[in-house]
Design a protein around this ligand. Structure first.
Ligand SMILES: [Cu+2]
Length: 204
């Protein structure tokens, strides 16, 4: 009777679809589940209290409530972007973190280097006001959250509590975003396998 009860638990958790919530930097407004399929989770105004954010070596900390998901981060240099086209250049979205796929629910951190994106997007510099938007898909459609930032070159690392709760983040993933994402990914998969094994062991 052990395995039937485990399958029931899996089905129940899959039925709870609360999408994802950005933890750091702080999003434009409190998470509204029903609005997350909309631009910036339904928030169309930039906040006045922007997060001072590292120009290089930033991180994003987010909570995924889907077991398998994709994400991408885009940037706007408008002061108050209120629609998707303001995250566009003539060649499409201004991407800061390229599209990636990940498995695992819970708090997940990944690197974001806005200075590197400045090569393709003019206006990304020390002191600039920018907005980042996380594009997420956990299998129930595209979801969006935004954070309004002021970039700082003096701030060489995020605050210590920014990665609070993330077990996967590494201080040495800045040598190429792709490599970092892959490294981070294999860790969370390993953590998932381990926790599944522990669940099975404790059930026996
Ligand atoms: Cu969802």
């Amino acid at each position: 009777m052990i395995f039937p009860s485990i399958s029931v638990a899996v089905v129940l958790s899959a039925a709870v679809q609360a999408h994802f919530q950005m933890q750091y930097p702080i999003p434009r407004g409190p998470f509204v589940e029903d609005s997350e399929p909309l631009f910036c989770d339904g928030y169309t105004n930039a906040v006045n209290n922007r997060t001072i954010f590292p120009l290089s070596n930033g991180i994003i900390n987010m909570n995924s409530e889907h077991p398998l998901w994709t994400a991408e981060v885009i940037v706007s240099t408008y002061q108050n972007p209120d629609n998707f086209s303001e995250f566009n250049s003539s060649s499409g979205y201004q991407t800061v973190v390229p599209f990636f796929q990940q498995s695992g629910e819970g708090l997940y951190c990944f690197p974001i280097d806005l200075a590197a994106a400045a090569v393709n997007v003019s206006g990304i510099q020390d002191g600039a006001n920018v907005t980042i938007q996380v594009l997420f898909n956990g299998g129930d459609g595209s979801l969006y959250q935004c954070a309004d930032l002021t970039l700082s070159a003096n701030m060489t690392a995020p605050p210590a509590n920014a990665s609070s709760g993330c077990k996967n983040v590494s201080a040495t993933t800045s040598s190429g975003a792709g490599k970092g994402v892959v490294e981070v990914g294999s860790r969370i998969i390993a953590a998932g396998v381990l926790s599944m094994a522990m669940m099975l062991l404790s059930a026996l």
